[in-house]
Design a protein around this ligand. Structure first.
Ligand code: BEZ
Ligand code: FE
Length: 283
């Protein structure tokens, strides 16, 4: 994966693109469905061009910008910030799921993180410990509340500076990443660090795009999770922190009221929170 001396949008963008390309995406979309989507897409674009009387200069800037996004490897970043939340919502609603709500995966998931026992501490560097510790615990259940032995909780999150291992240089490969195997009752208890809000990489074309409309690049502090169990629908989600900065104004529009944690300080003075995941049956 691409690394450079300092983390840049170009570096993390290329790493995200390399990772995405490592599995070629496919879909069984019929010709009829493709035709319907293509027609509506062109109609929507035509509507925008006419409504705003888009100029030739603006059209050329768009062309240049799209070339730049590709060259910087930023399509996974741009699409996951601005479009993925809509896809995720449609996916959840269409299938009438009632279990734990999902949220966007984003560009920084890496499968096959090292396995960790149900009670564990996430792999972290000494320097990561400037962030306050967080005990994150709970149970993985079916829709009736029965614990599921054999479930796994994949957890990944950014360090204090907002960087993810494998997408920024100099961070150990599996830092702040793990696949936690729940116990025989479906329980887990993970000691990690309370993540900080971070800015998505914005020194490249995604950042120029945000600047062009006077927006901001911030995401609220969050944990990323992928919870799976045999015979159940796996849920990809994120958890946020009550009252946290940017929770109500996330650049990626990926927060939901059901996904907000409210940790309390335990008797050892450590922030601790319980969150249970309910998994829908496999479709
Ligand atoms: C993230 O949560 O890590 C993320 C999501 C969308 C775009 C970039 C980053
Ligand atoms: Fe993230």
């Amino acid at each position: 994966m691409t690394t450079t001396e300092n983390p840049t949008a170009h570096g993390s963008g290329n790493a995200a693109t390399d990772k995405f390309k490592s599995e070629r995406a496919t879909s069984d979309t019929s010709v009829e469905r493709a035709a319907a989507i293509y027609k509506d897409m062109l109609e929507a674009l035509a509507g925008i061009v006419h409504k705003h009387e888009v100029t030739y200069d603006e059209y050329r800037v768009l062309k240049q910008w799209m070339i730049d996004v590709g060259e910087y490897g930023e399509w996974p970043l741009w699409l996951d910030v601005f479009l993925e939340h809509e896809i995720e919502e449609v996916h959840y609603n269409r299938k009438h799921f009632t279990g734990t709500k999902g949220s966007i995966e984003g560009p920084y998931y890496v499968p096959n993180a090292p396995k960790l026992p149900s009670k564990c501490t996430m792999p972290m560097r000494e320097k990561d410990k400037v962030a306050p510790p967080l005990i994150f615990k709970g149970k993985v259940t079916d829709l009736e509340g029965n614990g599921i032995p054999g479930a796994t909780v994949e957890l990944w999150h950014a360090d204090e500076d907002g960087f993810y291992s494998q997408f920024a240089p100099g961070i150990p490969e599996w830092n702040l990443r793990g696949t936690i195997e729940v116990d025989e009752d479906g329980n887990y208890e993970i000691t990690t660090l309370k993540p900080a809000p971070y800015q998505i990489p914005n020194d490249g074309p995604t950042g120029w795009f945000i600047k062009s409309y006077g927006g901001h690049p911030w995401r609220p502090a969050h944990l990323h999770l992928l919870v799976s169990a045999p015979g159940k629908r796996a849920v990809t989600t994120q958890l946020y922190f009550k009252g946290g900065e940017w929770v109500d104004d996330d650049v990626a529009t990926a927060t939901k009221p059901e996904l907000i944690l409210d940790p309390e300080t335990n008797s050892d003075g450590i922030a601790e929170v319980t969150y249970n995941f309910a998994l829908d049956p496999e479709a």
